[in-house]
Structure formats: C-alpha cells, structure tokens
Design a protein around this ligand. Structure first.
Ligand code: GRF
Length: 215
C-alpha cells in the first residue's frame, strides 16, 4: 500500500463534505489522511476537524493586523498548508476567492466540489442556495455536482468527475440541495481516491482518468 496522501482542506461552512472525507480516510476507503483544516471563519468544519483530532486553523479574515490584504491572508494559508506538508488541497465549501500565488502554488493539486453541472451555474456569485435557486429559475430538469481542478477563474478549472441528479417538479433550493449533497459526498471522495492513486492526468481542459492498472 503506497503512503497515504496528505490532504489539506479549506472550508467555510458546516463541513459535511469534510466529514465524509475524514470518515472515508479513517475507514480506508480513501488512501489519504486529512492533515489540516483551515477556515476563514469559525464554522462547523473546524469543529468537525477538532473532534477528529485534526489540526484546525482559524485564520480570521477580519483580523486586519494579521492579514491586511487578500495576499497576506493567502500567504498565511499557504504557510499553514506547507507546514503540514499538504500534497493535495480540497476546497469543501470554501467561500473565499483565492490569489494567484496560492492557486499557482498548488497548480494541479487543488480541487473543488461545486453543487451543479459546470460550466453552468458556476462563478463568483454562485454558491450555496444561489446555485440551486438559479437552476430552478432557469427551469432545468437536471442538476448535479462537479469535482474540478482549481484554476484562478472561479469554478473554471478542468472537470474531474460529474454526476447528474434530477430536478423534481416541486423542488425548492433546499430540497434540491439536499438531494444533491449525498452525491457530492460520494463524488468528492472518489476524486480524492483517484488522485491518491495517481490516476488523474490533466491535459489542457481535459482530465483523463487512467485505468487502475496503468500508472
Ligand atoms: C457544498 O454544497 C459544496 O458543493 C459547496 O459548498 C457546500 C459545502 O457544504 N461548494 P458542506 O460545508 O460540505 O456541508
């Protein structure tokens, strides 16, 4: 069994995706370990990390002395990821736009989960219930989730995995989000395991998934 992949997670919310990643690492379904969880706000994700005995770092974005600019904030994030030797960074409901320095430092090694089928319903203001509201307002019959590589353009990086989830007649943003969330959990862990197995090959905008025997 190869060494466990060291994963750093950035999150700003309740942390159900983080929890599934932790649980799947513990159960050996992902050959990885979460080595640090970082957040810009006090949130459920940090609580979950603490409960699991994982270093939980709150970098307060309002602390203008410690991080007067976005660049200064991201430098602290980067330092922290490096201090824990994170090899892969997973954004799990992380609500900050990142600087080029941070994204470049983890080029091809930073991934995100988005609760819709990209490239539709992604971008700067498309987060949380806004995504599902937009899907319903547009009248889509299908939504879903996407795991993608992080590029500087919000939600714009190469797609690793996607899964479609039906929209039901009387859906609200809440019911649609609740139907998609368990699929996010499965898909994100699957993508991390593929990364751990070195089976993701990024070629321009395309991510090829290599068969398990071909390394
Ligand atoms: C998920 O819907 C994820 O797709 C989005 O933010 C939400 C985070 O949920 N990026 P949780 O904090 O993992 O419960």
């Amino acid at each position: 069994m190869p060494e466990k992949l060291r994963v750093g997670v950035l999150a700003s919310g309740g942390g159900t995706n983080l929890q599934t990643i932790i649980d799947n690492c513990t159960a050996g379904r992902i050959n990885a370990e979460v080595v640090v969880v970082i957040s810009d706000v006090q949130c459920g994700a940090l609580e979950r990390a603490r409960k699991a005995g994982i270093p939980a770092e709150h970098i307060d974005r309002r602390d203008k002395q410690r991080c007067p600019t976005r660049e200064a904030f991201d430098r602290i994030v980067l330092k922290c990821l490096r201090a824990h030797d994170a090899e892969l960074v997973c954004l799990a409901g992380y609500l900050r736009i990142m600087t080029r320095e941070l994204v470049d430092a983890y080029a091809g090694r930073m991934i995100n989960i988005h609760p819709a089928l990209l490239p539709s319903f992604g971008g700067k203001d498309m987060w949380g219930h806004h995504v599902h509201q937009a899907v319903l307002d547009y009248g889509c019959k299908v939504s879903g989730c996407t795991v993608h590589v992080v590029w500087l353009e919000t939600d714009g990086g190469p797609i690793i995995l996607q899964r479609a989830v039906p929209v039901e007649e009387d859906d609200t943003p809440e019911t649609l989000a609740a139907r998609i969330l368990p699929h996010e959990h499965q898909l994100y862990s699957q993508a991390i395991q593929l990364f751990a197995e070195r089976r993701l090959k990024i070629e321009g905008r395309r991510v090829r998934i290599l068969p398990s025997s071909q390394r």
